[in-house]
Design a protein around this ligand. Structure first.
Ligand code: NAD
Length: 243
């Protein structure tokens, strides 16, 4: 079994969904976990969990990210999980949507990496895991223009960082889930008006005939956090969507 004993992990968007499941999995594996989110109310649900410290961090704000990392000290494992799903085609996405997708889904990762990487390089040891999606350069998904564009950029970011620092003790990989049961997915299914039809459409994209669970994605994040011979890869974990 994977142990992260003695490792310090920083998780963004850990308030709910995949980020929360991963923070819990990292702590269970022995890591000292800093679970961060912009929503402090969500973070309060960690009360009583051993090995987890919570902190409000807005990944859109460099000062907020830098202050958090200054407070934490050495970060061995960074999980960049924050992201937002826009719907719409190229003709429907506004410039504001594109800017926001790029800021939250891509530049957020640049902010956190810039904050933790110098320390990782000093220690010649560091793991960076970035949340992408199969809706990226892996596969084109209808009605997900801003999202797919930004998540493809996450894969490019991941490979670029991996290439620059592969000889310096840094590994950087991306996770590309299919559709995963999470609070924001519930919101999106409700927002479509007919919840049951929306849910059935999401499930229909999954050849396994079901949605993924956040804990199943956390297992891959845990693997990548403790692995030793993989870097620069984009790992699909999608119920068979991209077979
Ligand atoms: P979610 O969307 O339900 O939760 C997102 C969390 O991000 C919330 O707790 C929110 O408060 C936080 N957040 C929003 N803006 C923030 C900011 N500026 N700074 C810090 N935190 C902020 O969780 P999810 O659905 O598990 O998605 C997590 C990640 O996984 C996202 O990057 C998403 O794109 C990606 N992903 C999700 C799915 C899916 O089907 N759920 C599939 C593929 C990829």
């Amino acid at each position: 079994t994977m142990t992260l004993s003695g490792k310090t992990a920083l998780v963004t968007a850990a308030g709910q969904g995949i980020g929360r499941a991963t923070a819990l999995a990292f702590a269970k594996a022995g890591a000292i976990v800093h679970a961060t989110d912009i929503n402090e109310a969500l973070l309060s649900a960690y009360a009583g969990e051993t090995g987890i410290t919570t902190r409000k961090v807005d990944v859109l704000d460099s000062a907020s990210v830098n202050a958090a990392v200054a407070g934490i000290g050495a970060v061995d494992i960074l999980f960049n999980c924050a992201g937002f799903v826009h719907s719409g085609t190229v003709l429907e996405a506004s410039d504001e949507d594109l800017d926001f997708a790029y800021d939250l889904n891509v530049k957020s990762m640049v902010r956190t990496i810039r904050a933790v990487l110098p320390g990782m390089l000093q220690r010649k040891n560091g793991v960076i895991i970035n949340m992408s999606s199969v809706a990226s350069s892996m596969t084109g998904v209808p009605n997900r223009f801003a999202y797919g564009m930004s998540k493809a950029a996450v894969i490019g970011l991941t490979k670029s960082v991996a290439a620059d620092y592969v000889g310096k003790g840094i590994r950087c990989n991306a996770i590309c889930p299919g559709t995963v049961e999470s609070p924001s997915l519930q919101d999106r299914m409700r927002a479509q008006g007919d919840y049951d039809t929306a849910r059935a459409a999401f499930i229909a994209r999954q050849p396994m005939g079901r949605l993924g669970q956040p804990e199943e994605i956390a297992e891959l994040a845990l693997y990548l956090a403790g692995a030793s011979f993989t870097t620069g890869q984009a790992y699909a974990i999608d119920g068979g969507w991209t077979i």
